[in-house]
Design a protein around this ligand. Structure first.
Ligand SMILES: C[S@@+](CC[C@H](N)C(=O)[O-])C[C@H]1O[C@@H](n2cnc3c(N)ncnc32)[C@H](O)[C@@H]1O
Length: 271
């Protein structure tokens, strides 16, 4: 399928509209672990004027606000924005697309995006937009999921679907992102004109009762992974869960599964 940015945008928006209500319990336990490091990467502290780009239900925005920053959030999903505004009424959440952030030039001291940029059809446009709305010396930090070698939860799911289902079953448009490694991030930041760039691996642990609970979380709280799982046949899902459960043995402890996850946090400064 050739790359079609509008198809990707529509697919992602529909996915996150559907996921918004369940996101806090389904997927945020994975993404929230990295917020403190993300905010550190953009030097967010008291008085920082910061934008949380692709804010979802606003958890990074809320942590920035708790640090004493002056915070705005942006997302293209109305359902996500409803969740964010209900939870954090003191924060200004704006509807808009990360490819064309609706803010004036040089408005912010910092921009952060926690697992947002790789969902945008053309991340290069988002990075150019961030560059434009940062003041000179302003800092940008964003996170993406690390590769499957580091991200055991993801690896287990894809391996099980490959063995017992069909990884290509979803009729999802080909993503535009192509952000999979730290060097992808560094290259994109450099191309967008950022300086003092960095990309660091940060590890976490995503706990689940069992394999089916991991699959349920991904089905409820994501867009692309949910589409892949939704496209499996009814017979394949129990086989995928069983295969995953068996393969997850090394990460089982008294409380269930303690699955290693990891992200890359990439940072840059507007000259
Ligand atoms: C995986 S969620 C991350 C949410 C939140 N940042 C967090 O820390 O959990 C991705 C978010 O990006 C938003 N998003 C994806 N593409 C977007 C775009 N082109 N413009 C604005 N928001 C977008 C989705 O609506 C969703 O809320």
């Amino acid at each position: 399928m050739p790359f079609d940015p509008e198809a990707v945008r529509a697919f992602e928006r529909a996915g996150f509209e559907r996921a918004a209500a369940a996101y806090e319990t389904a997927f945020a336990p994975a993404t929230r672990q990295f917020i403190a490091r993300l905010l550190d990467g953009a030097a967010v502290g008291p008085g920082t004027d910061v934008l949380d780009l692709c804010c979802g239900p606003g958890f990074a925005a809320a942590e920035a606000s708790a640090r004493g920053a002056s915070v705005s959030g942006l997302d293209f999903s109305e359902a996500m924005l409803r969740e964010a505004r209900a939870r954090f009424p003191a924060i200004a959440f704006t509807h808009g697309d990360a490819e064309a952030p609706p803010f004036e030039d040089a408005r912010f001291d910092a921009v952060v995006s926690n697992f947002g940029i790789h969902h945008v059809p053309r991340p290069a446009l988002a990075l150019a937009g961030v560059h434009r709305i940062l003041r000179s010396g302003g800092k940008f930090a964003f996170s993406i999921w690390a590769g499957h070698d580091e991200n055991i939860a993801w690896k287990l799911v894809f391996d099980a679907v490959r063995r017992f289902g069909n990884v290509n079953a979803a009729a999802a448009p080909a993503p535009g992102g192509g952000f999979a490694t730290g060097s992808d991030c560094l290259m994109a930041l450099h191309d967008a004109g950022f300086m003092d760039t960095g990309a660091h691996l940060v590890r976490g642990t995503w706990r689940h009762k069992d394999a089916m609970s991991l699959l349920d979380s991904l089905r409820a709280g994501t867009a692309r992974m949910a589409a892949m799982l939704a496209a499996q046949t009814e017979a394949a899902i129990p086989a995928i869960a069983q295969g995953l459960e068996a393969a997850a043995g090394p990460w089982r402890d008294g409380g269930g599964l303690a699955l290693p996850i990891a992200c890359v946090i990439a940072t840059g400064t507007r000259p």
